[in-house]
Ligand binder design. Structure first.
Ligand code: PLP
Length: 417
């Protein structure tokens, strides 16, 4: 008997207008403004994930990532996921069920690492510090020693607080412990702006995100696995509890082994975007890029003081990429954030966790770290605070930043559009 006629019932297609997203100035914790060259790269023809020409592009992406991470690690590539996927890839491979793990928690993302490590069966010891402070290395090392940690993890750039974690003392101290724990570092908001020196410090696994200081869209998470990490993973008694994020399987496609084996269907446009974003980093050079971020951060900080408030993160440990600005008494965090979006097209981030309602999170990262953006942000904040009756001179922030630039916080040239 013939099949009944195929039917889609009485479904009618929804009437949807053409895509027309508004243009925003992305000065939140990420995503950040995407360099025009990166936008153009995404329009290149899509190649198959095993096409020889695509494989050449993959090899170049890995080379460029080795440059930004400061490593010669062969297993260096973008995890096909956002930064959280990089975090999972790092922890699910490093932690075997029952392993003692020590994690620094001075913000939201340290806490996320704890949640993940527990899911993967780690026996987690937390080393907490107030949000906006850094983890004292001696406390972290003492906890690692006392717990016999096999894995030790910190967040280099805590995007929820604006604090930059010093790594050297922890890295060196971990090497002296009997268990020599694997050192895992979240570099999501530092890579491509602050120095990240994987080999010089002896970091075993570091991961990042494409949408922060690298200024590509989100969707890829650069990661690097050092030799000690590879050896530990290979020697695990229990297999890695993830197929998609298993380092050895990912490396069979993204590593140096040839021929490359199919693992997943890589997104060509995202890989092109990262390729171009990393080429821009290499053209500018890491030292110049760090200096640009430092100068614009410094001018913004001075501007914030001109607005009558201050940064939340402790001086000397402040990120150049992400500023937590204390909400002045009398101002409404959410209302100001909303007005910046509605009236100026500026996206900033809200305080989260312990800092909810207390800070605005303002990102000046990658392509976004420019003098004109510092001026725009301070002008908009100044106007809104002035209208709220909280600031006498609406231009005080811009004026303070201009003085900072005049005194040497001058922005070096950006890589040309
Ligand atoms: C420090 C840090 N780690 C991890 C993540 C997670 O990245 P994603 O949101 O891309 O998954 C973020 C995101 O902001 C982050 O700032």
């Amino acid at each position: 008997m013939a099949d009944a006629a195929v039917t889609f019932g009485d479904r009618t297609p929804p009437q949807v207008a053409p895509l027309n997203p508004p243009e925003r100035s992305l000065f939140g914790p990420g995503p950040t403004p995407v360099h025009p060259r990166v936008m153009r790269a995404m329009a290149a023809p899509v190649l198959g994930h095993l096409d020889p020409d695509f494989q050449q592009i993959m090899a170049e992406v890995s080379d460029l990532l080795r440059y930004v991470f400061g490593t010669t690690n062969p297993v260096t590539f973008p995890v096909p996921a956002t930064g959280t996927g990089g975090m999972e890839a790092a922890l699910v491979n490093a932690i075997a069920p029952g392993d003692p793990v020590v994690i620094g928690v001075n913000g939201y993302f340290g806490n996320r690492m704890v949640q993940m490590a527990e899911k993967f069966g780690g026996q987690v010891t937390r080393v907490d510090a107030p949000w906006g402070e850094v983890i004292p290395p001696e406390r972290f090392l003492a906890a690692a020693r006392a717990s016999g940690a096999r894995v030790a993890a910190v967040v280099h750039a805590e995007t929820s607080t604006g604090a930059l974690q010093p790594l050297a003392e922890i890295a060196h101290g971990l090497r002296d412990l009997p268990e020599a724990p694997l050192f895992v570092v979240d570099c999501v908001t530092s890579l491509g702006a602050h120095p990240v020196e994987v080999d010089a410090l002896g970091i075993d696994i570091a991961y990042s995100g494409s949408q922060k200081a690298l200024s590509a869209p989100s969707g890829l998470s650069p990661i690097t696995f050092g030799p000690r990490a590879i050896e530990r993973i290979a020697g695990r008694a229990r297999p890695v509890g993830s197929w998609y994020l298993d380092e050895a399987l990912l490396a069979s496609y993204w590593g140096d082994a040839r021929p490359r084996a199919y693992h997943h269907t890589a997104s060509a446009p995202l890989v092109y975007a990262l390729h171009e974003a990393l080429r821009i980093v290499a053209e500018e050079g890491l030292p110049a890029r760090a200096e640009r971020h430092a100068r614009n951060h410094e001018a913004f900080r001075r501007g914030v003081e001109g607005l009558g408030t201050e940064l939340h993160a402790r001086e000397g440990h402040r990120l150049w990429t992400l500023n937590t600005v204390r909400v002045p008494a009398g101002a409404d965090m959410a209302a100001t954030q909303r007005r910046l979006l509605d009236e100026y097209g500026i996206e900033i981030g809200a305080g989260m966790g312990e800092l909810a309602g207390k800070v605005w999170r303002v990102g000046l990262m990658g392509y976004g770290s420019q003098r004109r953006n510092v001026a725009l942000l301070l002008a908009a904040f100044g106007e809104l605070l002035h209208e709220d009756g909280l600031l006498a001179d609406a231009g005080a922030g811009v004026a303070a930043a201009n003085r900072a630039y005049a005194q040497g916080a001058k922005e070096p040239a950006l890589v040309a559009d």
